[in-house]
Design a protein around this ligand. Structure first.
Ligand code: ATP
Length: 249
């Protein structure tokens, strides 16, 4: 059996003369937390955009769950279980935390939001929504309007909404961005509890979080992967230290 949920080969995306990603190959194993790190401008966000389908690749192929998804648009990739989280705009701020998650459950079940009115009272959505909120530590905030949640809680809510769609692979773009140390720790703990149950590819600048959470790390420099390995091996890799970790002392 193939243990990789995603295989990308030779991904390239150019902006004029600049290659944001340059023949990038990535393999994500089922059940792992895989982190992409690299200096500013290395192409991390571009790579995530190519995988999610928000950006069209100039070259390369992407196989997800054994299917060639290279030319599929975002929503078709999402239907196959490739979900991207941490787009704060996905939260409806005038709705409660539970309403937001219930909508994500409903979307998973293939209904559009126009049926939402009936969904507000639908137990089939309420019950799983409550379960997911509990999973991310927001059970006691279920009835709070999203607008009134703290920034950290909104990130937890976004994670809940992504989890509610039961993704086969979750793409997280800087899950700790804009968080203070306490909220970051909470998010690390939360992601830790998902370890093994969910496959995650994350881009993150917080090295403590990356080295705590990741099973494997890919280091990008100028759009190219210079190494993919365990945190221990990445930490001691001379090329990585020279290109990246060394610059932070
Ligand atoms: P950061 O760590 O700062 O978020 P990153 O590793 O995510 O950076 P990208 O945002 O993917 O890097 O950008 C890679 C390169 O591509 C950068 O040099 C960036 O300026 C350039 N770039 C990204 N998007 C565009 C665009 N839409 N038009 C032109 N250049 C772009």
């Amino acid at each position: 059996m193939d243990e990789s949920i995603l295989k990308a080969r030779g991904l390239t995306k150019a902006y004029g003369a600049l290659k944001a990603t340059d023949t990038l190959s990535l393999e994500i194993r089922t059940g792992e937390i895989h982190a992409i790190i690299g200096p500013n401008g290395a192409g991390k966000t571009t790579a995530i955009g190519q995988l999610s389908g928000e950006l069209t690749s100039d070259e390369g192929t992407i196989y997800f769950a054994g299917r060639d998804i290279t030319r599929l648009p975002v929503h078709k990739r999402a239907c196959l279980g490739l979900a991207r989280s941490f787009q704060i705009t996905s939260i409806l701020l005038n709705f409660t935390a539970e309403d937001n998650v219930a909508m994500a459950v409903q979307a998973r079940d293939g209904h559009s939001f126009k049926f939402w009115k009936s969904a507000r009272t639908d137990r089939k959505l309420r019950v799983p929504a409550r379960e997911v909120l509990k999973e991310v530590g927001l059970a006691d905030r279920a009835d709070i309007v999203a607008d009134r949640l703290s920034h950290g809680e909104q990130r937890q809510l976004e994670l809940a909404m992504a989890l509610a769609t039961r993704p086969a692979l979750l793409l997280l773009d800087e899950p700790m961005a804009g968080m203070g140390p306490a909220s970051s720790r909470k998010m690390v703990d939360l992601l830790q509890t998902l370890k093994g149950r969910l496959t995650i590819l994350m881009v993150e600048h917080d090295m403590d979080a990356v080295f705590t959470l990741a099973d494997r790390i890919t280091v990008l420099v100028y759009g190219r992967a210079i190494a993919t390995d365990t945190p221990e091996n990445i930490h001691t890799d001379p090329a990585v230290r020279k290109a990246y970790l060394g610059e932070n002392g």
